[in-house]
Write a protein that binds this ligand. Structure first.
Ligand SMILES: [Zn+2]
Ligand SMILES: [Zn+2]
Length: 155
């Protein structure tokens, strides 16, 4: 997995994090800013687990322990800044809620990609009318398949 290049000045991710926290009426604490910046930087790679968030924080020179990351993430989930995605009972990943999206999950390695919601809005509407389940607007769809890396290794 490619790592984001090191930033030499105030990263754009931090600006984004400040705006997001203010929009939700939350204080801009250092751990919150750091966690949101990491998730914004990682958007192209989909969602991250708490352990992955902590690893990236360490890589980018932030000294935030796992307990703090857990606490920060659950505060942000409660405030609906982040949402939790449970792939199976053992793995929970987190991603920002600001851009509506669905998820594509790799059946081989568990990588998660965001799928822009406008492409699937019709499909979700169809699913809602054709199902007896109560499917809220925010439910989203989870698609299963092979990520680009696993497609390459399968060739
Ligand atoms: Zn998501
Ligand atoms: Zn994969």
């Amino acid at each position: 997995m490619a790592l984001a290049p090191h930033h030499t000045h105030a990263p754009a991710g931090e600006q984004y994090a400040r705006q997001l926290l203010r929009a939700h009426g939350l204080r801009c604490t250092a751990p919150r800013l750091a966690v949101l910046s990491v998730l914004d930087d990682s958007r192209a790679h989909g969602h991250l687990t708490v352990a992955q968030i902590q690893q990236r924080l360490t890589e980018t020179g932030h000294d935030v322990d796992l307990t703090t990351v857990y606490r920060t993430v659950s505060t942000l989930v409660d405030a609906n800044v982040l949402h939790a995605l449970v792939i199976d009972e053992r793995v929970t990943s987190y991603g920002p809620t600001d851009i509506p999206h669905h998820h594509a999950v790799c059946t081989r390695c568990g990588a998660i990609d965001e799928v822009p919601s406008e492409r699937l809005t019709t499909a979700l509407a169809e699913a809602r009318t054709g199902s007896h389940f109560a499917l809220p607007e925010s439910a989203g769809l989870t698609l299963h398949g092979l990520c680009p890396a696993c497609q390459r290794s399968a060739e």
